[in-house]
Design a protein around this ligand. Structure first.
Ligand SMILES: [Zn+2]
Length: 243
C-alpha cells in the first residue's frame, strides 16, 4: 500500500519543480498540496477553500518556467491571486498542447468499472465522507499481469498504491472479486487517499517518510481500521495462494 516506484522516475523528470515543491512544503506545511501533471488541457489549477487544504496542479512543462513564474506560483499558494494568477495563466498558454503524452499512463485512461466493484463510486463516497470532496485524486484498476508463480512474486503483491506524480490511486485487479468485502475496498481507497492528503515527507538528510505520524492520525479516522487490516492480511494469503 505504499507509493509506487514510479515516483522515483518522476522525481528525476522534474528536478527543478521537485526542489521548489520541497521549499513550499517547508514554508506552508501540510496546508498545501502540489501535483505535477501531464495534462494537455488544464495546465494549471488551484483549489482553495478557507480553512482547507490548498491544491495546486501544474503541468510538468513548468519545469522550464522562468524563476519569476515560480515566484508567482509561490504567491498563489500564499493566498494572492490577481496579477500573479494572470502571469501564471499567460505562461501556461505558451506550453505545448500537442504531442505524445509525457507519461505512458496518461490521464483519461482510468478504468474504474470492474466486474464486481465500481471504483469511481467508492472513491467519491470516501472523498465525500472523509475529505469534504476536496481531493482531486483519480482512481483506476491496475493492469492485469500474467500470473507468475513463485515466492518472490507472491510477496510483491500490492493491493493499492498512490502515484504522486499523477495523483492517481491504483487498485490491484485481483480485488475485483465477489469474495472481497466492499468495506475492505473502502478501507483501501481511504488509505490511499490519506497518502494524497498527507504526502510523503522528504527529509533532506534522510529517507522519505511515507506512513508518518500525520498520515497515521488521518488514517485512524476510518472505523474499524484494525479489523480491516486483519481482513487485508487474510485476503493477501488467499490471493497469493491462488496466483
Ligand atoms: Zn500506504
Amino acid at each position: 500500500m505504499s507509493t509506487s516506484d514510479r515516483f522515483q522516475t518522476d522525481d528525476c523528470e522534474t528536478p527543478r519543480l521537485e526542489t521548489w515543491r520541497c521549499d513550499m512544503k517547508q514554508r506552508f506545511g501540510p496546508r498545501v498540496h502540489i501535483h505535477f501533471t501531464n495534462n494537455r488541457r488544464s495546465m494549471v489549477s488551484l483549489q482553495r477553500k478557507p480553512g482547507r487544504v490548498t491544491v495546486l496542479r501544474i503541468q510538468k512543462g513548468f519545469e522550464s518556467a522562468p524563476a519569476a513564474i515560480l515566484e508567482d506560483l509561490t504567491l498563489l499558494l500564499a493566498g494572492q491571486r490577481g496579477a500573479a494568477w494572470t502571469r501564471v495563466c499567460a505562461y501556461a498558454k505558451t506550453l505545448p498542447v500537442s504531442g505524445p503524452p509525457l507519461h505512458a499512463d496518461a490521464p483519461g485512461r482510468c478504468i474504474t468499472r470492474g466486474q464486481v466493484f465500481d471504483l469511481q463510486e467508492i472513491l467519491e463516497e470516501i472523498n465525500r465522507e472523509f475529505f469534504d470532496s476536496a481531493l482531486p485524486t483519480r482512481i483506476t484498476w491496475g493492469q492485469k499481469k500474467p500470473s507468475r508463480r513463485g515466492r518472490r512474486n507472491s510477496r510483491s503483491l500490492q493491493f493499492g498504491s498512490w502515484d504522486e506524480s499523477l495523483d492517481l490511486v491504483r487498485i490491484h485487479p485481483s480485488l475485483d472479486d465477489p469474495r472481497v468485502p466492499r468495506e475492505f475496498l473502502r478501507y483501501l481507497v481511504h488509505h490511499e487517499l490519506c497518502h494524497a492528503a498527507r504526502p510523503p515527507i522528504r527529509n533532506p538528510d534522510g529517507p522519505r517518510k511515507i506512513h508518518h505520524a500525520e498520515f497515521k492520525a488521518l488514517e485512524a479516522r476510518f472505523p474499524r481500521h484494525a479489523r480491516m487490516e486483519a481482513v487485508g492480511k487474510k485476503l493477501f494469503e488467499q490471493i497469493t495462494r491462488e496466483r
